[in-house]
Write a protein that binds this ligand. Structure first.
Ligand SMILES: NC(=O)c1ccc[n+]([C@@H]2O[C@H](COP(=O)([O-])OP(=O)(O)OC[C@H]3O[C@@H](n4cnc5c(N)ncnc54)[C@H](O)[C@@H]3O)[C@@H](O)[C@H]2O)c1
Ligand SMILES: O=C(O)[C@H](O)CO
Length: 313
């Protein structure tokens, strides 16, 4: 079995060695321009079109991340990039669930314990205990209840917060109220105090966090965007912050990355940000997952993690 690998920034040597150890019967190589030699599987991030297009004998392509929006948009421009019938897989969790939990829990607790207000008071030299927030007034709403949304929901339930989620179909997560479909979006938003976004980037979800959506949240709400920048209309977020509808925002992803220096988000006192690091691909977990999936595929067994080209995630 032959496996080709391409990632623009990962430590390729490390990946090739560890993949080789995990799949001792395979021949693993870095794909280089002009390489049209046979391959059974391709492991990719930002693949050059010629790496995949027209390839015969390919049994599967693995995206080396959770979101496949970049690959799918490239596929739209170059429909022959993924040979007909070749399945595209993505990473499910592989250590990203825990990272998302750490991010979401730490930020929710930061706001719940009013550390943002105390920091503002500290800057004014003010010593003033504030009223506690109550958990019952701190409902967390998670947009997207998939692998990562489910993990984040579980961790916030464990901290005793009322948690609800919104997805395409109903979920049965312990302690979480589930809403599904556009007809239930309004009920999901009404009463949500902290909105956490973990949706995939699809034509249906672009721009979903806009003025109309933000207006339906509880007053003095908070937004955490952990999914993709294109989900959020940044101008609408800024006006909701300035009107007082929103109290704070924590953003990991942006419509343009790196965030341009002229963006007003940089200077906004109630916007905190990180540079798209909420959950990164952990090589060892990802390699174990890919090796297991390839082994199952080779045995003709059912696997999970296949991307639906129809749904776009
Ligand atoms: N910031 C980061 O570092 C980082 C890291 C990993 C993943 N991500 C993002 O997180 C996203 C989610 O990852 P995942 O593994 O949980 O994905 P997933 O496919 O397991 O879950 C997606 C969820 O969104 C819901 N959904 C999709 N379209 C919908 C629609 N139109 N209406 C309602 N619900 C809809 C699905 O029902 C599902 O519950 C990824 O697509 C990626 O963009 C970001
Ligand atoms: O989707 C992912 O895996 C991360 O956001 C990296 O792009």
């Amino acid at each position: 079995m032959d496996i080709i690998f391409h990632h623009p920034t990962f430590d390729t040597e490390y990946w090739l060695n560890r993949l080789q150890q995990a799949l001792p019967g395979a021949r693993v190589r870095q794909w280089k321009q002009g390489d049209q030699q046979p391959a059974d599987y391709a492991l990719v991030w930002q693949p050059p079109v010629e790496m995949l297009s027209g390839r015969k004998g390919l049994k599967g392509v693995f995206a080396l991340g959770a979101g496949v929006d970049a690959i799918l948009s490239k596929l739209q421009a170059h429909p022959d990039m993924l040979p007909d019938g070749v399945p595209l897989f993505r990473l499910e969790d592989t250590g990203m669930g825990l990272q998302m939990q750490e991010y979401a829990v730490s930020q929710v607790l930061h706001w719940f314990r009013r550390f943002d207000d105390y920091q503002a008071q500290k800057l004014q030299g003010k010593w003033q205990p504030l009223n506690d927030y109550r958990r019952e007034d701190f409902t967390i709403g998670i947009l997207g209840a998939g692998v990562l949304g489910g993990k984040v929901a579980e961790s916030l339930v464990a901290w005793g917060f009322p948690v609800r989620c919104w997805s395409r179909s109903k979920k049965d997560f312990p302690g979480v109220v589930s809403f599904a479909g556009s007809e239930e979006l309004g009920s999901f938003l009404s009463g949500t105090r902290v909105l956490i976004n973990l949706l995939p980037n699809t034509p249906q979800t672009v721009g979903i966090i806009n003025r109309q959506l933000l207006d339906q949240l509880a007053d003095e709400s908070y937004v955490i965007n952990l999914a993709r920048g294109v989900h959020l209309v940044e101008a609408d977020l800024l006006s909701a912050l300035d009107s007082g509808k929103l109290k704070g925002a924590m953003l990991d992803v942006f419509s343009k990355e790196p965030l341009p220096e002229e963006s007003p988000l940089w200077g906004h006192p109630r916007v905190a940000m990180t540079p798209h690091i909420a959950a990164v691909t952990r090589p060892d977990e990802a390699i174990a997952y890919i090796a297991k999936t390839i082994t199952q595929l080779e045995k003709g067994e059912a696997v999970s993690g296949m991307v639906s080209l129809q749904h776009g995630y």
